[in-house]
Design a protein around this ligand. Structure first.
Ligand code: F6P
Length: 491
């Protein structure tokens, strides 16, 4: 924020403000500590910020979000040319809004109730309070007629709150996770308020057409709006037949990756050397199978381990000839279900290795860490078969990164049909992770696939990813929103 914007927002006078604002639960930066203890900020890995950084820089935009610490109030600051406006969350907000309503109510509800969602009024109250805080912070710094793009399930009330405070704004929302069918959504005691919150946006974007149509079906069933095509239209409220409120459009805009960046990194000699080193360290097996997930119950890690364990027990795969690497990055560690999953996965890995390891070789190399993108690309290159077996997943960008990294068209992807990515990566080996036998056959099929056939499939999937990268995603969304922004900078 420049001095003039800072002053005018402090005094409450008409602020020139920002013309483009992204609002997300998290700021796109991580705090890092240098060798001498000094603190600095580093851009967090992830497609969204890479995708919209050019528009941000060209339009002098800002990003509003939580910086990751508890109970700290930070002043706005700048990182790599992006204005960052921190919204504070204290311990109680983290427990009730983040771990509670966002990740123990909405997250399981929106992911097919893989674990039972919990409904608590105190969590809902906190969700409302924090959503208002984000909306207020945005209303305060947005220029007249600005474009505001709200991200994800943690902030579904923000569009309506913002429209009430600032009817001049153009508001978009993107839901990164699945949107459930009316049958499941109906469980939510606050279903109407959530839908009305979202309907404050001019465009609500989803990963899949199924998500958009689920949302419209919920709108029709649980609100007063009329649904026509992709539009949710508010009720007629005046004698002249005028509606009050905005029309909200629901559209599918599948997110993608920075395909070119991944391909470039895959040609980096250091990363290629690291990939060779990884294979050597694993004892140079013929086949490396790889799983890379946040340690989350939606990812189907237990189902995958079960299938792999049975293939070892059946003698279809031999330790030494094959090795599986499972990266499980720590996530939401204060939430009980995530703690339980960690114990279950670690027990399974321990059992499998105890059963099948030899002095020389291991069945599974389990890594409970997060890695920077360069190491991830080396891992993708080191792997022959990528296993993405989510029980439900909004998109799954790991699947896309694996394909994009294999620029020589080697390797094969085994992909759950319950991921958003399955709609696009149709040349992968698609599996139903609930069907353990089917998943075992899928893994063997990928393992034994004729190299010419796998190369043909990988080539087609890579072409798709070149044509549908993350810049196209944000550009298409912003064009659909009618944002008067320099979106041409995105391609
Ligand atoms: O997939 C939804 C999402 O919110 C991502 O945007 C994010 O990378 C991931 O879940 C982890 O979320 P968090 O650590 O903020 O709970």
């Amino acid at each position: 924020m420049n001095a003039e914007q800072q002053n005018s927002s402090e005094t409450g006078s008409e602020a020139p403000g920002y013309d483009f604002i992204v609002v997300a639960n998290r700021l796109p930066v991580d705090r890092v500590q240098g060798e001498n203890g000094e603190l600095s900020w580093r851009r967090a890995p992830g497609g969204l910020v890479t995708a919209i950084a050019p528009v941000m820089q060209e339009s002098d935009g800002a990003w509003i979000g939580w910086h990751g610490g508890a109970g700290e109030e930070l002043e706005p600051f700048e990182n790599e040319g992006i204005h960052l406006i921190p919204v504070p969350l204290d311990e109680e907000d983290l427990e009730l809004y983040y771990e509670g309503f966002s990740n123990s109510t909405l997250w399981p509800l929106y992911h097919d109730v893989i674990v039972p969602p919990e409904f608590h009024r105190t969590w809902w109250d906190s969700y409302k309070k924090v959503n208002r805080r984000f909306a207020d912070a945005t209303a305060k710094v947005a220029a007249h007629g600005a474009t505001v793009w709200v991200q994800d399930y943690q902030l579904q009330l923000v569009p309506k709150l913002l429209r009430e405070a600032r009817p001049d704004l153009r508001i978009g929302f993107f839901n990164h996770i699945p949107f459930p069918s009316p049958g499941i959504f109906s469980q939510l005691p606050w279903r109407k308020q959530i839908l009305e919150g979202l309907a404050g946006a001019d465009v609500v974007g989803f990963q899949r057409t199924t998500d958009a149509s689920n949302f419209l079906r919920c709108m029709r069933r649980f609100t007063d709006r009329t649904v026509k095509g992709s539009m949710a239209i508010p009720p007629v409220a005046t004698e002249a037949g005028e509606t009050t409120g905005n029309i909200c459009r629901a559209e599918a805009h599948p997110i993608s990756i920075d395909t070119q960046q991944v391909a470039e990194l895959a040609h980096d000699p250091e990363i290629i050397a690291r990939a060779k080193q990884i294979r050597q360290e694993l004892g140079n097996p013929k086949t490396v199978l790889l799983g890379v997930d946040r340690l989350d119950y939606t990812k189907g890690i237990r189902h995958r381990l079960k299938a792999y364990g049975e293939l070892l027990a059946d003698g279809e795969i031999q330790v030494g000839e094959a090795c599986m690497v499972q990266v499980a990055s720590p996530s939401r560690e204060n939430v009980e279900r995530y703690q339980q999953l960690k114990d279950q996965v670690e027990l399974m890995v321990g059992n499998l290795n105890g059963e099948h390891d030899t002095m020389e070789h291991t069945a599974i190399r389990y890594l409970h860490h997060s890695y920077p993108l360069r190491e991830m690309i080396a891992l993708y290159l080191a792997a022959d078969i990528m296993l993405v077996t989510s029980l439900r997943d909004g998109m799954n960008l790991v699947a896309k990164e694996f394909v994009a990294a294999h620029t020589d068209n080697t390797g094969m992807l085994v992909l759950s049909e319950f991921t958003g990515a399955a709609d696009q990566l149709t040349q992968s080996v698609l599996v139903n992770p609930h069907d353990i036998d089917g998943m075992k056959s899928g893994i063997l099929r990928a393992l034994r696939m004729d190299p010419q056939e796998s190369a043909r499939r990988m080539r087609r999937m890579r072409r798709h990813l070149r044509e549908h990268n993350v810049s196209n995603w944000s550009k298409e969304f912003l064009v659909s929103l009618g944002a008067p922004l320099p979106v041409d900078t995105l391609v």
